[in-house]
Ligand binder design. Structure first.
Ligand code: ATP
Length: 291
């Protein structure tokens, strides 16, 4: 009987930022940030299969590379470099569901799932701290995905603190039909562009110890993206008019997230969004909970 090679399938959830504040540009070109990040149950799937040696990456999405520039391949290669000879191998296949270059962190999530999965598949014993350092070398968002739960994220993305319990909100994700380059958005950001709301969710979190949406949400990259793509601002306004508790662009956009009290209200709003913005993708989703 032919025995199939050991394999693993892992979900790679999308993220949204309910807060993204740029504290300043660092001499190395990175930015110091303060973010509130959540995971949503809109997931890619990463399938890993053991191979005697070498890495092979498969992804059919037309905007995603299926070579060593794929972030999952980059993560696997960095991990492999840490292992003495003879080195194992893996076939990594990714099924994309998270819109690409949409501010939802899909590539970083695939990379984090690949790291977690390969540690199991290759039976490695790496400390969390060592794995987190590797994750940061892949990309600034990857340590958060490795952390795998709602977090206050600081530094360039390496300082993570768990958040207090979050109400069971429903999220309506609206993604316009174009990608935004993260490097472009940060490159365009100037402190003077930022309209700083006096009261926002972070201040609220510090004062009350709870995550409440009675205060505005803030994303310092939003003015940059809205200037070039006004539809992002129009979607945000529409979500608020349709009864969202709050709405904000996520990451470097162009996706906008509307936070709703319950699935019924979010479902009604998504119908209206599809009518008014037929080119946008609208998905009703909940917070992701690890299985
Ligand atoms: P960021 O995390 O930088 O804010 P994003 O969420 O806006 O990014 P991604 O979907 O991660 O965007 O894609 C950003 C770029 O990374 C795309 O141009 C894409 O071609 C490339 N990329 C590399 N690997 C992947 C992957 N596994 N999934 C998606 N995109 C990938």
């Amino acid at each position: 009987m032919v025995q199939s090679r050991p394999s693993l399938t892992l979900p790679a959830p999308a993220k949204v930022n309910l807060h993204l504040e740029i504290l300043g540009r660092r001499p190395d070109g990175f930015h110091n940030l303060r973010m509130i990040n959540l995971l949503l149950d809109l997931c890619d799937t990463v399938h890993l299969q053991l191979k005697p040696s070498g890495l092979r990456i498969l992804c059919r999405h037309p905007q995603v590379p299926s070579d060593r520039t794929n972030l999952a391949a980059k993560a696997a290669e960095l991990l492999l470099q840490q292992i003495p000879e003879p080195r194992p191998g893996a076939r990594i296949s990714i099924r994309k569901r998270i819109p690409v270059a949409a501010g939802l962190g899909g590539g970083s999530s695939d990379a984090a799932a690949t790291l977690r999965g390969l540690v199991r598949l290759w039976r490695l014993s790496f400390s969390e701290a060592r794995l987190r350092r590797l994750a940061l070398a892949v990309g600034a968002d990857v340590p958060f995905f490795l952390f795998g739960r709602p977090a206050l994220v600081e530094g360039i993305g390496e300082r993570l603190k768990p958040l207090p319990p979050i109400p069971d909100w429903t999220y309506l994700l609206v993604t316009p039909p174009f990608g935004v380059s993260t490097a472009w958005a940060y490159g365009r950001w100037r402190a003077s562009l930022t309209k700083r709301p006096k009261l926002h969710i972070i201040k609220n979190l510090k004062n009350s110890g709870h995550l409440e949406l009675s205060r505005g949400l803030r994303n310092d990259l939003e003015p940059v993206v809205v200037q070039r793509y006004p539809v992002v601002g129009e979607v945000r306004q529409a979500l608020v008019s349709l009864g969202a508790l709050a709405a904000v662009m996520t990451g470097s956009g162009p996706s906008v997230v509307g936070v709703f009290k319950n699935p019924h209200q979010a479902g009604k709003a998504s119908k209206s969004i599809r009518q008014h913005f037929p080119a946008c993708r609208a998905v009703v989703t909940r917070r992701w909970r690890a299985p």
